[in-house]
Design a protein around this ligand. Structure first.
Ligand code: NOJ
Length: 746
């Protein structure tokens, strides 16, 4: 395939030899400059082009039958959607036939695992467990890098307050503080100790910026937002990821206040590359340079390329605007060569840091690939991450955990025997791999129960549609059982990119099936599989037990069984508010008080409320139950007044008051009572997760410093203001168990 003989001038050859001989002694920046000095304008532009390859297209496809020659001519810097050592090696071979032999970078959406699939990020966020989150990213990096991938387009750190938006499944939910911690952990996990390590992949933090606030939750939609909200709510997770050393960022599809992100110089040059000192490169989202024309921001691709490179977008994913226009823009003196050089240098630098100039095939070892993709330890990590992501929403009469001696269990519902569904959106089908490693919910239950338990199954209905033909069989089966487990929810592709929904009720007639199961009079445990917070008021009000299982990945079945039978005591807490009805959206816990807050639900006339529903959520941010209970007591503050340079130590006692060992996620919220700008009714400012044995007590400590009291004031300066603060410690944003006050003094 790659039998290409290249010619090289004597001068160039000696420059290259010189470069190679002295390369070892040079710093990476010097090496980058050496390569740059050898490059033609066309080769420089080539580094800025990223083309799609042949795996499942993740955007509108550009038909391009000439990739081979373009890569051979040094006109492509990166490919996305190329999987496996064999294919990445073969393309790298082509790049090695180019004049300067600059290696390609292979990018891929490794969002929640590569072959081993972890819970969708929104589910995993509910673990509030930074070590677990970092570990799954580490394992994903280990597998992806062994399979030829250098770069993942993750983590997605968009804060979102709108569950209609299909992409909430990819992020951490609605909270900035928690989202920033998770962004940091995920970057560390993907990139490992050093990009030069063979099992590290570059992270790509996305989507810069504010994509999660797309109006109406409609994908690719506009964002209209104050600078204060942008800085305070939406930018911090990006900053945290940059602080963690993220190698790359991806800009967003949306405009913010009329400026599309791909052409947003303030965001990219002033904030990211200026104020934050980001040294990596920015890749556009798919086709977004060309979409500047559709936005109506520029008239044609020529202007689009000029706008994007000037703004600071370094690599063009799939629009071909740089490829087709940058040379002319330079010869027309519309952009300076320095602008092009800056983008090229940023990309080359990462190629050096990845070690690709030393060994372009570093990630192309088939033996390593086979071992990494068949490592049983990875399944263990996936099972643990999945158990930690399952949220117990309701458990009346302590029906859970189930006894392992139950005689007959009816496992009913359209998702019981699904296999691939468990992987959730953004899963990766490894070429040639079968799906036998994915544990269905049915198999998970079978693995768990002994020979004495009789397992019965009926599908009941489909996820969507209105056909009730299967109900009769499901009812008959259910009547034979001691316990019914009912698995319902969304399909894996009802959320994700381009999968926003105006109706977020449990689809189809599944809640009718819940009704039928309850009518049998047997204990019913409902599992809700979903990629977003759904609305399910009938189930929430009537079913005695609900586990929210999201999409848990390849170990879904085992993890669910672990929780059902108490081998894992659930500890997860939701990181997005669950609304009662879609009309409450956008809905989030850290809202302002308004001039007319609802203080008493009985009296909400002339108050900031809807007349037809309570003003509270169905389930609040930070909520989730355990099989045990926890008591909070003995709150103490080291002082009640602090100056800006001082700190207050907060301590209290947490006691496991139930009969089982378990973990609790303790949350600390603050409220700035009076300030020059209105502040939220409460904001998460710290949390900790800890395991307590039944009956055990532990002292928990938090530290309040000036950072936790600061906000962006009217001049957009991050600072605190003297005055009183409310301190709240609780088991959720609404279940506040301990309160006190303190004062910040001058
Ligand atoms: C578009 C998505 O918005 C982005 O998140 C993804 O990384 C790219 N497509 C590449 O698949």
């Amino acid at each position: 395939m790659h039998n290409f003989r290249w010619k090289i001038s004597g001068v160039l050859l000696s420059s290259l030899l010189l470069f190679t001989a002295t390369a070892q002694k040079k710093t990476i920046d010097q090496k980058v400059d050496s390569v740059l000095s050898l490059m033609t304008v066309e080769e420089k532009i080539g580094q800025l082009n990223q083309f799609n390859d042949n795996w499942r297209a993740t955007g509108p496809v550009t038909v391009d039958n000439d990739k081979f020659n373009q890569i051979k001519n040094g006109q492509v810097g990166s490919l996305l959607n190329t999987l496996g050592t064999e294919r990445t090696r073969s393309w790298q071979n082509v790049a090695m036939q180019s004049r300067l032999k600059i290696p390609l970078i292979f990018g891929q959406d490794v969002i929640h695992g590569y072959k081993t699939t972890f819970p969708i990020p929104l589910g995993e966020a509910c673990s509030w467990d930074m070590d677990a989150i970092e570990l799954t990213a580490r394992v994903a990096a280990t597998e992806a890098s062994a399979s030829g991938i250098h770069w993942t387009f993750a983590p997605m750190v968009d804060i979102s307050r709108d569950p209609r938006w299909g992409r909430v499944m990819e992020g951490s939910g609605e909270d900035t503080y928690l989202g920033s911690k998770i962004a940091y952990a995920r970057v560390k996990g993907f990139q490992g100790k050093s990009l030069g390590d063979t099992n590290s992949v570059m992270a790509c933090v996305k989507h810069f910026a504010a994509y999660g606030a797309a109006i109406g939750g409609r994908d690719y939609n506009s964002v209209d937002m104050s600078d204060r909200t942008l800085w305070e709510v939406y930018l911090p997770p990006f900053k945290a990821a940059v602080d963690a050393g993220a190698a790359t960022l991806m800009n967003a599809f949306n405009d913010i206040n009329g400026v599309p992100s791909t052409g947003n110089k303030v965001l990219l040059r002033d904030i990211l590359k200026g104020k934050w000192g980001f040294k990596g490169f920015v890749v556009t989202d798919w086709g977004t340079i060309g979409e500047l024309v559709d936005h109506g921001y520029v008239a044609n691709d020529y202007q689009a390329a000029q706008t994007a490179i000037t703004a600071g977008a370094d690599m063009d994913m799939e629009s071909r605007c740089y490829k087709n226009n940058l040379a002319k823009l330079i010869s027309d003196n519309k952009i300076s060569i320095n602008l092009l050089d800056d983008a090229v240098k940023r990309i080359l630098k990462k190629k050096f840091e990845l070690g690709l100039f030393d060994n372009p095939y570093k990630y192309c070892n088939p033996l390593r690939e086979t071992n990494a993709l068949n490592n049983n330890n990875h399944a263990k990590v996936a099972r643990e991450a999945a158990t930690k992501s399952i949220v117990l929403l309701k458990n009346e009469k302590n029906i859970l955990p189930l006894s392992k001696n139950i005689k007959t269990i009816a496992f009913i519902g359209p998702l019981v025997k699904e296999v691939k569904q468990n992987k959730g959106f953004w899963d990766i089908d490894i070429p040639g791999a079968d799906s036998s490693f994915i544990v269905s919910q049915w198999n998970g239950l079978q693995n768990k129960v002994g020979n004495n338990t009789n397992l019965l199954y009926a599908k009941g209905c489909e996820v969507d549609g209105d056909n009730k033909d299967g109900f009769a069989e499901a009812i008959a089966i259910a009547k034979q059982a001691d316990v019914i487990i009912l698995s319902i929810g969304e399909k894996r592709d009802m959320s994700g990119e381009a999968h926003s929904r105006s109706n977020i009720n449990i689809p189809g007639i599944q809640e009718d099936l819940v009704k039928e199961m309850l009518a049998t009079g047997k204990p019913v445990v409902v599992l809700i599989n979903a990629g977003r917070p759904l609305v399910f008021n009938f189930t929430a009000d009537n079913a005695p037990v609900i586990l929210y299982t999201w999409w848990l990945g390849s170990e879904a079945g085992n993890a669910i069984a672990d929780v059902l039978f108490g081998d894992y005591n659930p500890s997860a807490k939701i990181t997005m508010t669950f609304p009662r009805v879609v009309g409450q959206i956008p809905f989030y816990y850290n809202h302002f008080n308004t001039g007319r807050p609802v203080v008493n639900e009985e009296d909400h006339v002339y108050k900031s409320s809807y007349r037809d529903i309570p003003s509270t959520p169905k389930y609040p941010f930070g909520y989730g139950l355990s099989y045990t209970t926890f008591g909070y007591s003995n709150l103490q503050l080291s002082k009640k007044k602090m100056a800006k340079k001082e700190k207050i130590e907060v301590s209290f006692t947490l006691t496991n008051t139930g009969n089982l060992d378990g973990e609790e996620i303790v949350q600390l919220y603050l409220r700035d009572k009076v300030s020059s700008l209105v502040r939220p009714i409460k904001e998460l400012k710290d949390f900790t997760k800890l395991m307590l044995k039944a009956g055990e007590s532990k002292t928990i400590k938090f530290v309040i410093d000036n950072e936790k009291l600061s906000f962006y004031n009217q001049q957009l300066i991050w600072d605190s203001e003297p005055g009183e603060f409310d301190l709240m410690i609780g088991a959720s944003s609404e279940d506040i168990r301990l309160t006190d006050k303190f004062e910040l003094v001058n």
